[in-house]
Write a new protein. Structure first.
Length: 137
């Protein structure tokens, strides 16, 4: 299982659980159909851009991919917020994977196999089980 943990401030603002489970293979047809409206042609493109965030840091495209992950995790946890120019959250978040199986490469098509993994925030060279997107102060 993969989890996303938003900052304390965002958990309070959104009213979401502390740990939001997130599985790419469990997206609904409506969620996948919304991807083009969110700026992506496919789920594989979201994976690729999120991988770019992991490896290279912040870019406009990689932040859009992170937006999709946060928005979908909130949605799947029962928190329905509009995805528009006002959708904002702190980058002070964590995600981790308690699944011991290795994540597939970003190039794999995650829509074909249930349970496909989200690229990890950590570098594949180190691959710790937990990491932060930014440092808490």
């Amino acid at each position: 299982m993969r989890y996303l943990i938003l900052s304390d401030r965002d958990r309070e603002r959104f009213g979401c659980p502390d740990k939001m489970p997130f599985e790419w293979g469990r997206l609904t047809n409506k969620e996948v159909a919304l991807l083009p409206k969110l700026g992506f042609k496919s789920l594989a493109e979201v994976h690729r851009m999120l991988g770019q965030y992991v490896e290279e840091g912040v870019s406009e495209e990689s932040i859009k991919a992170l937006d999709v992950v946060v928005w979908l995790a909130l949605r799947r946890s029962g928190v329905h917020v509009p995805f528009d120019e006002n959708f904002e959250y702190d980058l002070d978040m964590e995600w981790f994977d308690d699944d011991p199986t290795p994540a597939p490469s970003v190039e794999e098509d995650p829509g074909k196999a249930p349970g496909s993994a989200v690229p990890r925030k950590s570098s594949p060279r180190t691959a710790p089980s937990s990491s932060r997107t930014s440092r808490r102060k």
